[in-house]
Design a protein around this ligand. Structure first.
Ligand code: VGL
Ligand code: ZN
Length: 208
């Protein structure tokens, strides 16, 4: 049972969005080719889905500026620009993504007091979204992960998939992903590889 997890391919993380990832929109065509490949039994997308005033927003902390380290619920937290606010265009999946083929949209990041980079659980590794139970119930044996942003939500989702679903083979599709910084991407890729996640290109899926 092969599944594809498309992480946060939302307007907010694409050029013109509130937290744009360089070339973030370039993942859409690759993701669509994966969706159309017929290689997956199940396709899941995650959606960053914050309430207004979420505690990860710099705007929620007087004196804080975006992209500096602040504090949330007593722990260090990257201060982000307001992004992916529930019900706004910024939070919508990219309009060119073949959303009709997506079996489940897993929202995350609703709790204002904690961030949730991973599609599986919050940053305290505490509250589960239920996605791992869903995938295990579906009998998933292989999970390919890609999307935005490699150095945050993609990395944490892939690592959690490995840890929360022992025995599931996890791969990261590099050309279907983009990150916020190139140093962050390099570190994320090596961390994923170290944990046993295969780093592949979409071509391997399409011919495989
Ligand atoms: C993300 C920062 C804040 C992501 C989400 O999707 O990688 N990054 N919220
Ligand atoms: Zn977010």
């Amino acid at each position: 049972m092969k599944a594809l997890l498309l992480v946060d391919i939302q307007n907010g993380f694409c050029p013109g969005g509130n937290l744009p990832v360089p070339d973030g929109d370039k993942v859409v065509a690759v993701a669509n080719s994966l969706i159309d490949s017929g290689k997956y039994d199940l396709i899941v997308a995650s959606q960053d889905w914050h309430p207004p005033g979420h505690g990860s927003f710099a705007s929620a902390h007087p004196g804080a500026a975006p992209f500096e380290i602040g504090e949330l619920s007593g722990k260090p937290q990257m201060m982000w620009p307001d992004h992916c606010i529930q019900g706004t265009r910024d939070a919508e999946l990219h309009p060119a993504l073949k959303s009709a083929e997506i079996d489940l949209i897993q929202q995350k990041g609703e709790n204002p007091d904690i961030d949730s980079y991973s599609a599986f659980r919050d940053n305290d590794r505490d509250a589960s979204t239920g996605l791992s139970d869903f995938l295990e119930d579906q009998g998933v044996t292989d999970l390919d992960v890609c999307g935005l942003a490699t150095d945050y939500c993609v990395k944490f989702s892939a690592l959690d998939a490995l840890e929360m679903m022992p025995g599931v083979r996890v791969r990261f599709i590099e050309d279907a992903s983009r990150g916020i910084t190139s140093e962050g991407v390099a570190a994320a890729v090596s961390e994923m590889r170290t944990h046993g996640i295969a780093i592949i290109d979409s071509a391997e899926v399409l011919v495989g």
